[in-house]
Design a protein around this ligand. Sequence first.
Ligand SMILES: [Zn+2]
Length: 342
Amino acid sequence: MTTPQGRSAPSAGQRLFATPAHGLQAALVVLCVALTVLVAGAIVSWWLAPVGYARPTSITSPQAVPTTSPTTPPTTVKPSPTTVLVIPLGRRAIRVPILEYHYIRVNPNPRDQLGFNLSVTPTNFSAQMDWLASHGYHPITFDNLRAYFEGKAPLPARPVVLTFDDGYLDFFTTAFPILQAHRFKAVSYIVPGFLGGPRYMTPAEVTHLHRSGLVEIGSHTVDHVNLTTSSPANRSFELDASKKMLEGLLRHPVLDFCYPSGDFNAAVVAAVGHAGYVTATTELPGIELAWSARLIWPRVRVSGGETLQMFVANLGQPEPSILHSAPTSPTPSAPGPSQIRF
Ligand SMILES: [Zn+2]
């Protein structure tokens, strides 16, 4: 710019420094600018410093926040699938120990050897249930076995059936609370003619067990007779009437039977099938359950006084199971190919 006097117009700086007051004002402005530049530079270099070295973790930035956190996973990520061990459908015979109990009590008469052999003490029974729970066993019912062999549902790994013969009162007062504490299923074979007797459960107690959803009720004849020596007519009565009486009490089908004292022959087995039972258990020792032999399934007797070591040995080798990835469903629905486990 040129003035009429021919001199160049004073620059902004010249105007600022035209007076001492202007000079001081200009110096302050320069100082402020310099300070701003310095602070900005410090912030930029601080942001560029390596994570974990100079940057405080309380300051968040897109780079500093981890993509996943062990405590608060992003809501868009689905939970990991649950892996369960199952016995897949399709096997015609599987190893499942059906344990045979009678009394769960301290035998009241030390001279009664038969009573002693039939009596597992509450302490021993509790230890056996604890062992099953801590070793991956899954107590199931005959309902589960029927569903498995009919191709409806696989079984959990290490299945075991806990059966209690005769309907003794101590099943209700002693065994059932221990089973409940473990959420274990069981089977109670009832003799309707004995219900309400001094050592036996009442009809109301049997109904209570059924309604708990943990105990399956099976028949053990009306009067605990030896079916191999009964007349055909009496045999039919014992099989039919016990089934009807229990079904009337429970308002639920009763499809599972147990031969009193384990006594059976071909005619008895045929009569059991004719009466409408689907499974029947004996006192033959063994753990192999074939669907074709479902009316003479073997059992593993649990005797009074046996050690935990003997109890474990009698369970035998578990049926192989497979690792199956499934959603968070309590009952596996379809097994997939995987690694075989025992
Ligand atoms: Zn019996």
